[in-house]
Design a protein around this ligand. Structure first.
Ligand code: NI
Length: 138
């Protein structure tokens, strides 16, 4: 870990009370770690604005595998981007529905485009791209 810096922050008392309540409900035992996580989250979000930045993330998809050719379409897209899809997890949720989680890595613009294409495919009931960091910059 790099050298620690201490800072003082002036904050409205009622806002601080709400913040303390929020972070307590999330399991934080001190404000410093909560502040650090907020800052890291903003930095990760910011990193995605650079289209050439290398990012990692997960794409979560829920779909009905009975929809004609849907499985083939989703798998086809993943094969077209095999170097961006590091791993997949498939769970048969019930008789009809499948949950798929893809670990993706690559340039932000490419990863976002792939996620959008998967999520917007007809028959996908819900999809979400979760962005994170390779960790190297945090
Ligand atoms: Ni399935």
């Amino acid at each position: 870990m790099s050298e620690l810096s201490r800072i003082g922050v002036a904050i409205d008392s009622s806002l601080l009370k709400k913040f303390d309540s929020l972070i307590a409900s999330r399991g934080y035992t001190n404000r410093s770690e909560a502040f650090r996580d907020l800052i890291r989250d903003e930095l990760v979000q910011k990193s995605w604005e650079g289209p050439d930045t290398t990012v990692v993330g997960t794409v979560t998809l829920v779909y009905d595998h009975h929809v004609r050719l849907l499985n083939e379409k989703l798998t086809g897209m993943q094969h077209s981007h095999f170097h961006h899809v590091l791993s997949t997890l498939h769970v048969h949720l019930d008789h009809d529905n499948c949950l798929e989680v893809l670990v993706v890595k690559g340039k932000a613009s490419v990863v976002k485009k792939l996620a959008d294409a998967l999520i917007s495919t007809k028959g996908v009931k819900h999809g979400r791209l979760t962005i994170t960091s390779t960790g190297a910059e945090l």
